[in-house]
Design a protein around this ligand. Structure first.
Ligand SMILES: Nc1ncnc2c1ncn2[C@@H]1O[C@H](COP(=O)(O)OP(=O)(O)OP(=O)(O)O)[C@@H](O)[C@H]1O
Ligand SMILES: [Mg+2]
Length: 641
C-alpha cells in the first residue's frame, strides 16, 4: 500500500521540479529575446492570467442580456463564472481597471478598492483574484527578498537600447539587498547575476501578500515594508543592506499583488506607504535605507461606513486621489441569488433533504430586503422585473421598464439582508428540524426567528417581518397551490397543452372572423365564445378587454411560429397563467381531499396517494417534506373548503 502513496509523492515532486530555469542574466536576456512577455508588469500578468481561462460575450439570445443588461454587451470571464453569480458588471469593472493598468495607464498607479456591504462577496472575490496568480511562473534575481525583475540590473544608459532590442519596458531599480550582492558577490558584473524561476504562491509568500487590519497599538509599519534585524546591527553598520529583513507585504507582493483587508480599519498613518507605492512605485525601506521599488497590484476592500468615514476626512485626500473604487453590491437578481446558496450548500457537509422552493423562498426574502420601494409597483413585482420575469396584470405583461426602476433608486443593493444571514438561517433550519429535511416552511420560520433576534433597527425589522410573513409567504402559497394542483391533475401537461390548442384555434377564428372545422364531424362552426370566456375570466379579463386579449395571443403565437419557434402553453405568459388557473379551478375536490384526511373514501385515498407519489417522484420531495407542505397547504390555502 505504502508504495502507492510514495509513487504519487514522487511523481508530484518530479513534475514540480521539472525544467525550472536557473542561469545567468545573460541567459535570461536570451530568454526574453525569444519571449518578451516573460517580463510582464504585475498588472499585465494578473490580467492575462484571468483572461487566458476564457472570455466571451453574453450571447445575443441569452435572455439575461436583453432583460437584465438592456442589450448592452457584457463580457463574461470564465475564470469567475462558476463561482460568482450576478456579478458580471462588477467583474467587468475590475477587468477594465486591470486592462488599463496592464497598458500602463494611470490605473497602474492606483489602488483598486472594492467597497460593499457585508457578505457581498468582496473577500471571496479578492481571494479568487489572488488565486489566479497562484502557480504562475516568473523569473527573478536569486537571493533577492524582493524577487526583483532581472532587467532592472541594466544601467540606465543601456536601457533605451535594450528596450528596443527586446521590445520590453524596463522600470525601477534593484533592491538594496540585490545591489549588495551585485557589488560583493558578482564584482559588479551584472551579466553574471544568477536568475531563477519561481511560481507565485500565497502560502509560500511569493508575489502574493495579505495585510490584515490592525488596531492602533499593534499596528507596525514593518508589516508593510519589513524591518531591520536588530541582532545584525551589532555586526554591521546601520546602512549596511545585510541588516535588512525585507519581509513586509510590499516586499513579498512585489511583481504580484498586495491585498489590504478591510483597509480603512487601520490608522491613517499606517496607510501612508500606499501613497508612494502607487504614485512613485516605491516604498520606504526600514531604517536608513533607500526606498525600494515596488510593482504590484494593490487590492483593498472595505465596507460603506468605513469608506464614508475615511472620505469625510479631508486630510485623506492624498490617498483618496489614488483609489479607484468599485462598488460590490448585493445581488438583486433572484435566480442568481439562489445560485449563491446552492454553491454554499454544495460546499458544506449537510446532507439533509432540501424541499423544492426552499432556497428560492430564502433568496426572495434577501433580495426584497435589499430593494428600495417604488411608486411604480410593489416589491414583489420589482423583484420579478429585476429577475427578468414578466409580470402579468389583467392579462397583459406589465410594462415597467427595468431601467426606470434602476434609475429611480441608485445605490440599490448596498444595504439589506446579507448572504451570510441567509446561509445561517438555512443552516439553522437544517439543524433545528427534527426530521432530516428543510422546507420553505422551516426556512421561513428560521428567518422570522433570526430577524426578531438579530435586527436591531425597528423599522427595518418590521419591514423584514412583513416581507417574510406576508409577501414571501403569499407568493410561496401560490407556488405551492400550483404545484399541488399539477401533481393532483393526472397528465397535467397534456391537459394544459390541449386547452392551449383549443384556445388558440378559437382565438384565431375569433380574430380573423373565420370558421373552425371540427376534426371529428368535419362540420364548420364559429369560435366557442363560452369556452374562451371561461379561460379568460380566471385572470380577470372581461368585457371589452377580451377581444384585445384574443388578438394579442394570436398575433404573439403566429409571430413566434413565423420565426420557426415551436409554441406551447407556456409560450405566452398571460395565457399560461390563465390556463394554469383554469386547471387549478377545475379540480374542486382537490382541496377537500388534501384537507379532510380522516374522511377520505377509497377513491379519494387513491387520488391522494397518487398525488403524493407524483410530488416525490416528479417534483423532488421526500416523504417527510411532502407531508409537511401538504399539511401547510391544508392549514393555509383552503381554510373554508
Ligand atoms: N455574487 C456572489 N456569487 C457567489 N458567491 C457569493 C456572492 N456574494 C456573496 N457570495 C458568497 O457569500 C459569502 C460571503 O462573502 P464574503 O465573505 O466574500 O463577503 P464580504 O463582502 O467580504 O463580507 P465582509 O464585509 O463581511 O467581509 C461567501 O461564501 C461568498 O462566496
Ligand atoms: Mg470580507
Amino acid at each position: 500500500m505504502s508504495s502507492k502513496f510514495l509513487d504519487i509523492i514522487k511523481k508530484q515532486r518530479k513534475n514540480s521540479k521539472e525544467k525550472k530555469f536557473e542561469g545567468t542574466f545573460l541567459e535570461y536576456l536570451e530568454l526574453i529575446q525569444e519571449n518578451p512577455s516573460i517580463a510582464k508588469s504585475s498588472h499585465r500578468r494578473l490580467y492575462d492570467a484571468i483572461r487566458k481561462i476564457g472570455v466571451h460575450e453574453l450571447a445575443d439570445d441569452d435572455p439575461r442580456k436583453r432583460k437584465i443588461f438592456d442589450n448592452e454587451s457584457i463580457r463574461v470571464y470564465d475564470y469567475f463564472n462558476s463561482e460568482f453569480f450576478g456579478m458580471e458588471s462588477v467583474i467587468q469593472k475590475i477587468m477594465r481597471f486591470l486592462k488599463g493598468a496592464a497598458l500602463r495607464g494611470e490605473e497602474s498607479r492606483q489602488v483598486l478598492l472594492l467597497m460593499g456591504p457585508v457578505g457581498a462577496g468582496k473577500s471571496a472575490l479578492t481571494e479568487h483574484i489572488k488565486s489566479a496568480l497562484d502557480g504562475e511562473k516568473y523569473y527573478h534575481l536569486k537571493d533577492d527578498p524582493q524577487r526583483g525583475e532581472p532587467l532592472q540590473l541594466l544601467p540606465r544608459s543601456l536601457r533605451q537600447d535594450f528596450e528596443k532590442m527586446l521590445e520590453v519596458k524596463i522600470e525601477g531599480d534593484i533592491s538594496p539587498v540585490a545591489r549588495y550582492l551585485l557589488l560583493n558577490e558578482y564584482d559588479g558584473k551584472y551579466e553574471n547575476f544568477q536568475i531563477v524561476q519561481s511560481s507565485f504562491s500565497q502560502r509560500g509568500r511569493r508575489g502574493i501578500a495579505s495585510v490584515p487590519p490592525m488596531d492602533a497599538n499593534s499596528q507596525d509599519v514593518s508589516v508593510l515594508i519589513g524591518s531591520e534585524d536588530i541582532s545584525k546591527l551589532d555586526k554591521y553598520s546601520e546602512d549596511d543592506p545585510r541588516v535588512l529583513n525585507l519581509t513586509g507585504a510590499f516586499n513579498v507582493g512585489n511583481r504580484g499583488l498586495v491585498e489590504l483587508i478591510e483597509v480603512f480599519k487601520n490608522e491613517i498613518e499606517f496607510l501612508h506607504t500606499i501613497i508612494t507605492a502607487t504614485q512613485e512605485k516605491r516604498v520606504p525601506a526600514p531604517g536608513k535605507h533607500d526606498m525600494v521599488f515596488f510593482d504590484g497590484v494593490i487590492l483593498a476592500h472595505c465596507n460603506e461606513s468605513e469608506w464614508n468615514r475615511f472620505k469625510s476626512e479631508h486630510t485623506n485626500e492624498a490617498i483618496l486621489d489614488r483609489v479607484v473604487k468599485i462598488n460590490v453590491p448585493y445581488v438583486l437578481e433572484l435566480d442568481q441569488e439562489v445560485r449563491i446558496y446552492e454553491k454554499i450548500l454544495s460546499r458544506s457537509d449537510f446532507s439533509a433533504h432540501i424541499a423544492p422552493h426552499t432556497i428560492k423562498v430564502a433568496a426572495m426574502f434577501s433580495v426584497m430586503s435589499r430593494l428600495k420601494t417604488t411608486q411604480k409597483c410593489d416589491l414583489l413585482t420589482k423583484m420579478k422585473i429585476y429577475n427578468g420575469e414578466e409580470v402579468i396584470e389583467k392579462g397583459r405583461v406589465k410594462k415597467i421598464d427595468i431601467n426606470d426602476l434602476r434609475e429611480e433608486s441608485r445605490d440599490e443593493g448596498m444595504s439589506g439582508i446579507s448572504t451570510r444571514f441567509i446561509s445561517k438561517a438555512i443552516d439553522h433550519a437544517l439543524t433545528d428540524h427534527s426530521k432530516a429535511c428543510v422546507t420553505p416552511i422551516s426556512v421561513m420560520k428560521s428567518l422570522t426567528k433570526m430577524v426578531k433576534e438579530q435586527i436591531i433597527d425597528n423599522d427595518f425589522r418590521e419591514h423584514c417581518l412583513e416581507i417574510i410573513q406576508k409577501v414571501v409567504r403569499e407568493e410561496y402559497l401560490k407556488i405551492l397551490e400550483t404545484e399541488i394542483a399539477k401533481a393532483f391533475i393526472t397528465a397535467y401537461e397534456e391537459q394544459a397543452q390541449s386547452l392551449f390548442n383549443t384556445y388558440l384555434d378559437n382565438a384565431e377564428a375569433f380574430t380573423t372572423k373565420a370558421k373552425i372545422r371540427d376534426e371529428l364531424t368535419g362540420e364548420e362552426r364559429s369560435a366557442d365564445e363560452k369556452f374562451m370566456k371561461s379561460i379568460e375570466e380566471v385572470i380577470g379579463i372581461t368585457g371589452s378587454a377580451r377581444s384585445g386579449f384574443r388578438s394579442d395571443v394570436t398575433a404573439y403565437m403566429f409571430a413566434k411560429m413565423r420565426h420557426g419557434e415551436t409554441v406551447d402553453y407556456t409560450s405566452y405568459e398571460p395565457l399560461k397563467e390563465a390556463i394554469e388557473a383554469y386547471l387549478i379551478n377545475s379540480v374542486k375536490d382537490m382541496a377537500r381531499i388534501v384537507t379532510k384526511s380522516k374522511s377520505r373514501d377509497e377513491d379519494q385515498r387513491k387520488k391522494y396517494t397518487d398525488m403524493v407519489g407524483t410530488l416525490i417522484e416528479e417534483y423532488g420531495y421526500n416523504e417527510d417534506s411532502a407531508e409537511e407542505i401538504l399539511r401547510y397547504a391544508s392549514n393555509n390555502l383552503w381554510r373554508d373548503s
